[in-house]
Design a protein. Structure first.
Length: 306
């Protein structure tokens, strides 16, 4: 039995490689042998380590990620064929996909697609352990006009081309104790002299969406923006945000307002005719909120668009 609190950093680094590989290959056959090979483990050891770190078996994780991916597509693309989508992401038939989707969200893919993403009142997922329902979205957006007015008053929004960004990161899973991961990354950056730069910035990449993923399973990357190459090891990895076109919104806000900011910005994107690109949304922080007189974040939110 692997003790999660004492997992070597090298294990985490290899699992990070596997997680990235899975994200990029959800529409291909992902066997235990294939994914374990990416992580440089035998299938037996990989299976045990993967579950210890993610708290899910590999098969359960891949199935969840595929269903969440398809849910995201159904939100963005009302015309996509559910049958084609189910076959693309590894389900043998439309009926098998519908059963899996309904078990996961409590409604069918067709019902899910009919609901406007800007007017969700709630999406539920059945907890397989106790049969209770947990809310993934509670009043995602109740009133379009209110949200658009709120973001107009609270954000400066631009659409612009951004250069490629290089980052060092530590993976974090779940919406709890995130500050501990950032503290760990900041201390690592201090040892490398990165924090001495007056323009030092930290960032967050969202690999999952709170719209479709249980908050306790959302995968994020706590990041440091790099100006120069740096050597990493253990649980600190390197990643790249490719250059492209982004909606960029500057906010000065408290932590409780982040959910509203993201919801409103995605609504602004839809209302202004933009389509989200395949890259992940992210945040870049421009200050230490503890040094702000009102403990607020000065932060840019980025949505990649086509």
């Amino acid at each position: 039995m692997i003790n999660k609190s004492t997992i070597p950093k090298e294990y985490i680094q290899r699992i990070n490689q596997a997680l990235s590989f899975i994200d990029e290959n959800l529409d291909t056959e992902l066997t235990l042998e294939t994914v374990s090979r990416v992580a440089l483990y035998s299938p037996f050891h990989f299976h045990r380590i993967f579950k210890a770190i993610t708290n899910e078996t590999l098969n359960a994780y891949i199935t969840r990620k595929r269903i969440e991916k398809m849910a995201s597509i159904l939100i963005r693309n009302k015309e996509v064929s559910i049958t084609v989508l189910s076959l693309q992401y590894g389900f043998n038939s439309n009926s098998s996909f519908t059963r899996a989707f309904k078990k996961f969200y409590g409604i069918s893919p067709t019902e899910f697609r009919k609901a406007s993403p800007s007017r969700y009142s709630q999406i539920r997922k059945k907890d397989s352990k106790n049969g209770q329902e947990i809310f993934l979205i509670e009043e995602y957006i109740c009133n379009i006009d209110n949200h658009l007015n709120w973001i107009k008053m609270n954000a400066n929004i631009e659409v612009k081309e951004l250069p490629q960004l290089e980052l060092a990161f530590i993976t974090h899973i779940g919406d709890f104790e995130l500050h501990n991961t950032f503290d760990k990354l900041f201390k690592w950056a201090q040892t490398k002299g990165i924090t001495n730069d007056p323009e030092f910035k930290m960032a967050m990449i969202y690999h999952d969406s709170f719209k479709v993923t249980d908050p306790g399973k959302v995968r994020m990357s706590a990041c440091v923006v790099l100006k120069n190459p740096v050597k990493v090891d253990g649980e600190v990895g390197l990643t790249t945000i490719e250059k492209g076109k982004f909606i960029v919104a500057r906010f000065e806000m408290g932590l409780p307002e982040f959910n509203q900011a993201w919801s409103s910005l995605f609504l602004w994107m839809n209302e202004n005719g933009y389509k989200k690109a395949a890259q992940n949304p992210f945040e870049i922080y421009h200050n230490n909120p503890n040094e702000h007189p009102e403990k607020k974040y000065i932060v840019d939110l980025f949505i990649p668009v086509l």
